[in-house]
Design a binder for this molecule. Structure first.
Ligand code: IPM
Ligand code: MG
Length: 371
């Protein structure tokens, strides 16, 4: 009998298909060994979708994504699409999915495994044991604000416009997501904006203060200007636990946080919508934070761990399988402890492996730990 839970896989461009190939094997493992029963569908997103349909995602693929319990996405983009029309660029497919599925809450955990502390560009003592959760607003701000565009001023000048805009409800709902997570962790929350320059930042500051003061009195709230936050993240990253911020600052600060963990190749993410009023289920898309890495695409060198850990987040947040998510995380840790490394996290005296050998090792660790 076909399962009533659905995963939609969108491998995308560059290294996306390679890393998602390893995720497919992991999903199979949970099917065989843990009765994880899902039906899986595939489609195109990004440059490959543009090549096939002239758009970065087809309406049919968006419809399927809307009907799925979880979307697993690889990566989008590459230099071969540098000259396509702006609306059709590969990233537009991802942004349309975020908008149409209303995935306003992007969770980006930055965890430094002690086996990888040396792979970080920061000193071991600064990053060892690091465990930050960045909560990035994902459907508002300058990414989607209107007016936007490039206009011709007619005097030989052109003007590029984007609008940073946030309404109360957008700030409130992302603050609640972050605060709920903080309540399950250390009850410490940092919020980041640029209220010294931007009214939208001032509103962000005021609304975060209001929500926390009204509904989360147990939380210790700290505000940090986004530029200072970037600096603090490389100065003393362990001062943060949960960090909530807007779409653009979240994009930047999560890349900074990623590097603390050793490599962008390690960072998963979950993008969640509001829970459905009837079913209680939230729409969700899981993707690695890294991009399509065109320089190593097709060579079997990419690190599949960020994608595998994104699937672990799907097990936890969409499928209520916390124990399976923990098992998968432990399997990845065991592989790292054994000294296996893809190129992005390679260190002296470790064993360099490719994408599929890393997948093999995770499967083997699952066999050892999970049976
Ligand atoms: C990310 C990426 C995307 C973003 C791009 C690919 C549109 O950098 O998910 O962080 O800017 O949000
Ligand atoms: Mg980014």
């Amino acid at each position: 009998m076909a399962s009533n839970r659905k995963i939609m896989v969108l491998p995308g461009d560059g290294i996306g298909p390679e890393v998602m190939g390893e995720v497919a094997r992991i999903i199979d493992w949970f099917g065989t060994h843990k009765s994880f029963d899902v039906s899986i569908d595939h489609d195109l997103v990004g440059g490959c979708a543009y090549d096939a349909h002239g758009a970065a995602i087809s309406d049919a693929a968006v419809e399927k994504a809307l009907a799925a319990d979880a979307v697993l996405l690889g990566a989008v983009g590459g230099p071969q699409w540098d000259n396509v029309a702006y609306e059709a660029r590969p990233e537009a497919g991802l942004l349309r999915l975020r908008a149409d599925l209303e995935l306003f809450a992007n969770l980006r955990p930055a965890i430094c495994f002690s086996a990888l502390a040396e792979a970080s560009s920061l000193k071991r003592e600064l990053v060892e044991g690091l465990d930050i959760m960045i909560v990035r607003e994902l459907t508002g701000g300058v990414y989607f604000g209107e007016p936007r565009g490039i206009s011709d001023l007619g005097n030989g000048q052109r003007r590029g416009i984007n609008t940073q805009v946030y309404d109360t409800y957008e700030i409130e709902r992302i603050t609640r997501v972050a605060a709920d997570i903080a309540m399950m962790r250390s009850k410490k929350l940092a919020s980041s904006e640029k209220r010294n320059v931007m009214e939208s930042g001032q509103l962000w500051f005021e609304e975060v203060n209001r929500v926390i003061a009204t509904d989360y009195p147990a939380i210790e709230l700290q505000h940090v200007l986004a530029d200072n936050c970037a600096m603090q993240l490389v100065r003393e990253p362990k001062q943060y636990d949960v960090l909530v911020t807007d779409n653009l600052f979240g994009d930047i600060l999560s890349d900074v946080a990623a590097m603390l963990t050793g490599s962008l190749g390690m960072l998963p993410s979950a993008s969640l919508g509001a829970p459905d009023a009837e079913t209680g289920r939230a729409r969700a898309l899981y993707e690695p934070v890294h991009g399509s890495a065109p320089d190593i695409a097709g060579q079997g060198k990419a690190n599949p761990i960020a994608s595998i850990m994104s699937f672990a987040m799907a097990l936890k947040y969409t499928f209520d399988r916390g124990a399976d998510a923990d098992l998968l995380e432990r399997a990845v840790m065991q592989v790292l402890d054994k000294g296996l490394r893809t190129g992005d996290i390679m260190q002296a005296d470790m064993q360099l492996v490719g994408t599929s050998a890393m997948g093999d090792a995770v499967l083997q660790a699952l066999d050892e730990l999970g049976n």
